[in-house]
Design a binder for this molecule. Structure first.
Ligand code: GLA
Length: 389
């Protein structure tokens, strides 16, 4: 086995759930993989191509591992995996620690070792392990450890993506289950309100204490580019979800800052130049993939009382080379000034730093002690600060 860490830095890729849910077929998915490559996403680093729920055959034949749906994948999953590998992707798959998956297909409960062995035979490189239909007498923590063990015993490098939505304080034991990434919240939807809900989980969980190299906390998919489309956007709500590009930039920036896994979820066959400008921003991806692997911490809010909900926030991520990336967030609907004081992340108030605006792609001069910028509504600014000695 290759001895490198599987998640030295936060993994990146595409997951098909938000766009297709269970409405899968191999020809469409191949088109999607080609689009990811042709539109530059693979080169930008999004190299895991992940199936989610719905690839499975409805029946399990005991002793043979989970089977795939022959109508959806007439060429089989080994061939599908080979197709992905030939393009340069890694192959991700999904199953569940209960008797059924969340969408009602057979789960891996009681069959963990045979399913893991089957995945390895197909050339799978990532397994997302969900948390539905767990028998009431089973210990979910033990079940996650069991699949982690089964995956390691396959002898294949398989990234383990634990998806128990942060239940049972999973931040305290995900690493012991062998998880390389672990979900800490429910599903991300294409609305500002949903991003706000997930942000409150992120603030509460304190990623900088519970997430790091080879076991990163996962606040779910990137919604950039959904633009109100995709299967999860058509679930019949009165107001069709569509968060908009400023929120997409805000979510992507924060996910890069906190070392979240970067799994895009929109249909790359319908991507737009603006979506690509966000998801393929080189400097942002460098911040995400910084080798120090330190998730940003929340350093300032405008809160005056403990129970206030701050509408502006400053997050700081120390980088390997000694620079500090900061993200100034404005959660109001309209423009607002956000101020970052340098003393909260290690410099003296008398120190001078140069600032580079990542999204504007330009230097914005030298600053002593602090910096204040006008941030558009429901948006953010990301700066890389460099100490001038
Ligand atoms: C759960 C997960 C989602 C997705 C679905 C599939 O809801 O949180 O990410 O995998 O199951 O059924």
């Amino acid at each position: 086995m290759d001895e490198k860490l599987l998640a030295q830095t936060p993994p990146m890729g595409f997951n098909c759930w938000n766009t297709f849910m269970t409405d899968l077929d191999e020809d469409t998915l191949k088109e999607v993989a080609l689009a990811l490559k042709n539109e530059g996403f693979l080169e930008a680093g999004y190299n895991y191509f992940c199936l989610d729920d719905g690839w499975e055959n409805k029946e399990r034949v005991v002793g043979q591992g989970l089977d795939y749906d022959k109508e959806k994948f007439p060429s089989g999953l080994k061939a599908f995996g080979d197709f992905l590998h030939n393009l340069g992707f890694k192959f991700g798959i999904y199953t569940c620690n209960g008797t059924k998956t969340c969408a009602g297909y057979p789960g891996s409960y009681g069959y963990e070792y045979e399913d893991a062995a089957q995945f390895a035979k197909w050339g799978v490189d990532l397994v997302k392990y969900d948390n539905c239909f767990v028998p009431s007498d089973a210990n979910s923590k033990f079940l996650y450890r069991r699949m982690g063990q089964a995956l390691r015993e396959t002898g294949r490098d398989i990234l383990y993506s634990m998806c128990n939505w942060g239940f049972d304080e999973s931040e305290n034991w995900a690493r012991t289950a062998g998880a390389h990434i672990y979900r800490v919240c429910g599903d991300c939807r294409d609305t500002f309100e949903n991003v706000e809900t997930v942000m409150s989980v992120i603030r509460k969980l304190n990623f900088s204490a519970h997430s790091g190299t080879n076991c990163f906390a996962d606040p779910d998919f990137l919604i950039a580019g959904m633009n109100g489309e995709g299967a999860v956007s058509n679930l019949g709500e009165e107001v069709k979800p569509n968060a908009g590009y400023n929120v997409y930039r805000l979510q992507f920036s924060l996910w890069c800052m906190i070392c979240a896994p970067l799994f895009m979820s929109h249909d790359p066959r319908k991507t737009t130049p603006l979506t690509k400008e966000i998801l393929q921003n080189k400097k942002m991806i460098e911040i995400s993939q910084d080798i120090a692997g330190i998730p940003a911490f929340l350093c300032t809010t405008e809160k005056k009382h403990a129970n206030d909900v701050a509408k502006t926030e400053v997050w700081a991520k120390p980088l390997y080379n000694g620079d500090v990336a900061i993200c100034l967030i404005n959660r109001r609907e309209f423009d607002h000034d956000v101020c970052a004081g340098f003393d909260s992340f290690g410099w003296l108030i008398s120190d001078m730093v140069s600032a580079y605006d990542v999204w504007e792609d330009k230097s914005i001069g030298n600053h002593r002690g602090n910096i204040t910028l006008k941030v558009p509504g429901r948006d953010c600014k990301v700066l890389i600060l460099h100490h001038i000695k």
